[in-house]
Design a protein around this ligand. Structure first.
Ligand SMILES: [Zn+2]
Ligand SMILES: [Zn+2]
Ligand SMILES: [Zn+2]
Length: 505
């Protein structure tokens, strides 16, 4: 790393300078006392803040300061002999890419053998696979490889190559430059030149070997440190969840309600819950708790209402859940649902709802009747025997859903989502469907002027289609199947004709 990199954080320099100006004049033991609690990265930043401090930190007397800072991080790996403390700390704490000229930050992975961080692009450009060394550096002898540390992982571009060696191009170039100097001296026949290059090679080879060995020590430390950090964060997060839960339970919420908050991103954080944070997050969490409470209260009323409808109007109105949920927003029960507090529906409130249900159901069904009646064109003659509103209950008054959901019989229609959704009323009267139903009602043996789906169900007659030759075998149909069959299979192309299917009990 160049000196320029070490002095790169200019932004904070001015501010810190004033306050730190006095530090360098202090004796080393006092500095040790003051800096004793700092982490290595703090020391690195201090060294950039002030020229005099930088001088101390890079000098021999700075060694004890770095040592003290390293001790503040458990098992922090010692600075390798061929690197300065500042370079080592820069590698471990700062995420800059070490590729030539690259300004990328946030590179998470350290290559401990090459002692660099490299972005994907710089890796691709600068990593040299041992198998291509000769090809890429034809002017260098292969022995040069033994003087350089190597990584055993080549990154994404070389992911299929295992047990190989990867070298860092800038390191190769730097070494080759030094070797050139030595060679020049030998060519100039300088005294001791040969011995000097041999000594240099020996030292380099030893360093390379040490670097590769030390890499595994550092990797193990890195992985332990990451584990410990994960554990610490988990503990912090658990504590915060626990604290938030306890506070809401003190405010009257039950443990089940609070349980639902545990995944909330304001709760599940690895940060201490200070008073200030609590004041900030409380309103949003309370809103969430109230929203869930509102949904539960609404659901409880829906279940109550469904039971009532099924009891009074038959099983066709079961599973209306979602339909009723929407209805509650326009009904008088809203006030009960929205009552302030932290509790779910109390037995008292449930009784109140039960008292309100009959009137509410009447109101709802009355609304539904009006909607249906408005859809039946005035040209359709009113049956003499069943005039007025109850006319909508006739099988022949059945509407059909334009979204392909087929005929919607009374009373199930009130629960059909395309019907009660006032924004998209897509259920219409279809004279063709009405004619088919009329034919089926006749076949069953009832009068279309009075027959309701309920009566037709009660008759439980099986029909056979006789509309076309090919359909004669279609037997065993309920009246509803018959309507469905005729409207989908014949689609108005053949006039409906039925006979009773006596083959089926
Ligand atoms: Zn890069
Ligand atoms: Zn529909
Ligand atoms: Zn048919």
């Amino acid at each position: 790393m160049s000196r320029k990199t070490l002095n790169s954080s200019k932004g904070t320099k001015g501010k810190i300078c004033g306050r730190l100006a006095v530090l360098p004049s202090m004796p080393l033991d006092i500095l040790l006392e003051i800096f004793g609690h700092l982490r290595p990265i703090d020391l690195l930043q201090l060294s950039r803040a002030n020229k005099a401090l930088n001088k101390i930190m890079m000098s021999n007397s700075g060694v004890s300061l770095w040592k003290a800072a390293r001790r503040n991080i458990p098992a922090f790996p010692e600075t390798p002999g061929d690197m300065s403390d500042a370079e080592w700390v820069h590698l471990i704490f700062e995420t800059n890419c070490h590729g030539p000229g690259c300004k990328k930050k946030g590179i998470r992975k350290i290559d401990w053998a090459l002692r660099i961080r490299g972005c994907e692009r710089c890796w691709k450009e600068n990593v040299v696979w041992s198998g291509r060394f000769a090809q890429q550096f034809p002017e260098l002898e292969l022995e040069v490889m033994q003087l350089l540390p190597y990584s055993s992982t080549g990154g994404w571009a070389y992911r299929y190559l295992s047990n190989n060696q990867f070298y860092w191009r800038p390191a190769i170039l730097a070494l080759s430059k030094v070797l050139d100097e030595y060679t020049k001296n030998i060519q100039l026949r300088k005294p001791g030149a040969e011995a000097a290059v041999n000594a240099f090679r020996k030292v380099q080879a030893a360093r390379a070997e040490t670097a590769v060995k030390y890499a595994s020590v550092c990797k193990a430390w890195e992985s332990d440190a990451a584990d410990n950090r994960r554990k610490t964060l988990q503990i912090l997060s658990d504590d915060r969840i626990h604290e938030v839960s306890a506070r809401f339970m003190n405010l009257g919420w039950s443990s089940e309600h609070v349980e639902e908050l545990k995944r909330h991103n304001l709760v599940r954080q690895s940060k201490e819950l200070t008073e200030r944070v609590w004041v900030n997050i409380r309103p949003q969490l309370e809103k969430e708790l109230q929203k869930r409470r509102y949904n539960r209260r609404r659901t409880d009323i829906c279940i109550l209402f469904e039971d009532y409808l099924v009891k009074n109007w038959g099983d066709g109105l079961r599973n209306l859940f979602w339909g009723i949920i929407d209805m509650i927003d326009i009904a008088s029960l809203k006030d009960i649902v929205k009552t302030d507090g932290t509790h779910d529906l109390s037995p008292n409130e449930l009784d109140q709802c039960r008292d309100l249900l009959p009137a509410w159901a009447d109101e709802w069904l009355e609304w539904a009747r009006k909607q249906i009646l408005a859809k039946i064109p005035s040209t359709v003659e009113e049956p003499k025997e069943t005039p007025g509103n109850s006319r909508v209950e006739l099988a022949t008054s059945t509407l059909t859903c334009c979204f392909g959901h087929g005929p919607q019989y009374w009373p199930e229609i009130v629960a059909h989502k395309c019907f009660y959704n006032l924004k998209f009323p897509q259920v219409v009267y279809d004279p063709g469907l009405s004619a088919i139903i009329q034919s089926v009602v006749h076949a069953v043996g009832l009068s279309p002027d009075v027959a309701t789906p309920f009566q037709l169900d009660a008759h439980d007659v099986r029909l056979k289609c006789a509309s076309t030759e090919s359909c004669v075998t279609m037997g065993g149909m309920s009246w509803r199947d018959a309507v469905e069959h005729c409207s989908t299979r014949h689609d108005g192309k053949a006039s409906p004709s039925w006979c009773l299917d006596r083959g089926v009990p």
